[in-house]
Ligand binder design. Structure first.
Ligand code: UDP
Length: 322
């Protein structure tokens, strides 16, 4: 039986990856330190014979007994308010954590895929963003702790590929949404849906003309799975090119939820990228992949998930580390 280690297993993407690898017939070892992940995302897997869970911080030495065929490194705080509150852990998991997992991949002769991000492009001066764009990142700004950790992650992963001949894969993930996002993670979709369900105004930062391109989680997982199984070792963008302004997005959420509230404008966070859209020509070419789920459908499923939260969970919109 093929065995896969998934770090960040209790997080939004990690938990969906665990589901996918179980479905594909793998023995899955999930690992998470539960700083931002939540056990309820994977509680349905605990009864399975071929799922195990290690409560562990991958920034410290990682040991897993037995053979490993694949490692997927998805552990990291990933929303701006999270990495502003735990900046050092964010830097460590992207750097020390990646180093530990590359070392583990080397001793196990496992193929490793690391989760990189559109944040490596920073506030991009090229639009849409292609993989050969080197980015526009402020290393000492608030987002630097995440962006630079991920850029270091790409560099060390390439070094292990080049110098140790390790089989490596790098996915650059653009904004993704779906069930199991944390309501209080500060990202725009859970924030807007939470505000709409609590009958509060929606807070668009700045003038709301900044853009993002939102990919539904099932499309993203399919792209990641295909990339892992491919023989391509350079970074690949996975995301949905359907670009929208934050103002338009707020209007969509108001319509979807039937909220009568309005959109208010508050301060724009420092270094907030003005535009973001993946160029997915490469993914289409080498993986035969493109997103299939339109926003109208994905948002409906996501709203249905948030509606299953208890009123108490809905009211508690405070950030986890406040
Ligand atoms: N945003 C917003 N209101 C909110 C939360 C976020 O207008 O309550 C904006 C944020 O400034 C950014 C975009 O929505 O321009 C996406 O933010 P998010 O935190 O989801 O992720 P990012 O793409 O910036 O990493």
């Amino acid at each position: 039986m093929r065995r896969a280690l998934i770090t960040g297993a209790a997080g939004f993407l990690g938990s969906h990856l665990c589901d996918r690898f179980i479905k594909e017939g793998f023995h899955v070892i999930g690992m998470d330190n539960l700083i931002t992940g939540e056990l309820r995302n994977i509680s349905h897997l605990f009864k399975l014979e071929h799922f195990e869970f290690y409560h562990h911080d991958v920034s410290k030495f990682v040991f897993v007994p037995g053979k490993l065929d694949y490692i997927l490194h998805f552990a990291s705080p990933a929303s701006p308010i999270d990495y502003l509150k735990i900046p050092i852990q964010t830097l460590k998991v992207g750097s020390l954590g990646t180093h530990n997992l590359l070392g583990l991949a080397k001793v196990k002769s496992a193929r490793i895929l690391v989760a990189s991000t559109s944040e490596v492009y920073g506030d991009p001066l090229v639009h849409p963003q292609k993989e050969d764009y080197w980015g526009n990142v402020n290393p000492v700004g608030p987002r630097g702790v995440y962006d630079e950790a991920k850029r270091f992650q790409e560099a060390i992963t390439m070094a292990y590929h080049t110098y140790h001949k390790l089989e490596t894969r790098i996915v650059r993930i653009f904004n993704t949404y779906g069930p199991r996002m944390r309501l209080n993670d500060g990202r725009v979709l859970p924030t807007f849906i939470g505000q709409a369900l609590r009958n509060e105004p929606l807070t668009a930062y700045g003038n709301g003309t900044q853009t993002r391109s939102f990919c539904y989680v099932s499309d993203l997982i399919e792209g990641i799975y295909r990339l892992l199984m491919s023989d391509y070792h350079l970074p690949v963008n996975i995301g949905n090119p359907a670009e929208i302004t934050i103002n338009e997005f707020a209007e969509e959420i108001l319509k979807l939820t039937g909220s009568q509230q309005k959109v208010i404008h508050t301060d724009l966070p420092q270094d907030d990228p003005k535009q973001r859209q993946p160029d997915i020509t490469l993914a289409k070419k080498i993986l035969g992949w493109e997103p299939k789920v339109p926003r109208s459908e994905g948002l409906k499923t996501t709203l249905d998930y948030f509606k299953t939260l208890t009123p108490e969970e809905l009211t508690n919109s405070k950030a986890k580390f406040a």
